[in-house]
Design a protein around this ligand. Sequence first.
Ligand code: ADP
Ligand code: MG
Length: 270
Amino acid sequence: SPTPQTASRPTTLAVANQKGGVAKTTSVASLGAALAELGHSVLLVDLDPQACLTFSLGIDPEDIEISIHHVLTKGTHASEVIIETDDGVDLLPATIELARAEADLLTRTGREHVLKAALADLAEQVEYDWVLLDCPPSLGVLTVAALTAADGVLIPLQCETLSHRGVGQLLDTVHDVRRFTNRDLEVWGVLPTLYDGRTNHARTVLETISDTYELDVIEPPIPKTIKFAEAPAAGRSILATSRTSKGARAYREAAANLVERSRRASGKRR
Ligand code: ADP
Ligand code: MG
């Protein structure tokens, strides 16, 4: 596929928030599909033992023999595990086996770097423009490995039920990662999700959080819409199941903004 970016290596983003249900997985699937529509080559990595991303892309984790778990703990080359999906993106799938990875990696030297190393090995064979990492709802080894492998982090936030403490903890982890394992990690910003624009409350919460933590906001907010409930069961993202819905359009626009940002970032790197 075409490589419209000028960067010689992929832009790798960790989509992280230790809170569950804030649309991490939905955002990874939807932004991935939107980037693919723009002609970019995309790899999505499922780092959650619940394997919701894998399932939502039409793959039954129970049908898979090897998964990201083997890449992280057994040295299997990622290219042996990657699956092409109907959404036009490649997937490094997860299964429930990944639940053991945390324990398996705990005694391993360099565990924070296993994903980074696996993606570097992969890059020698396959060139992606984007690698999006779907983090589990915790700040454990897998999330730290994702932040270590990433150029940037996106923080999906549900503006209604937002807990400041959670964001602070995540940013503390980012700070530690910068200090110990990945100096160049940048926070790209918060992605407002499940956004109900009819309430002033949502906008106020969003402004408060971006001011308090000096975080950029990735525009536009992703509206809350029932359409998202239908997509995972169809094995496709909302961009395919509900092409012209508000939600699909918002993710397309957000993806275009990420492309802009990545062009600026790769300009700086050079
Ligand atoms: P996480 O990965 O952070 O746990 P998910 O992406 O799995 O979150 O989303 C949690 C739930 O919210 C899912 O049922 C998903 O379909 C739903 N959802 C995600 N985004 C939206 C949205 N914009 N509007 C309505 N429902 C959404
Ligand atoms: Mg998830």
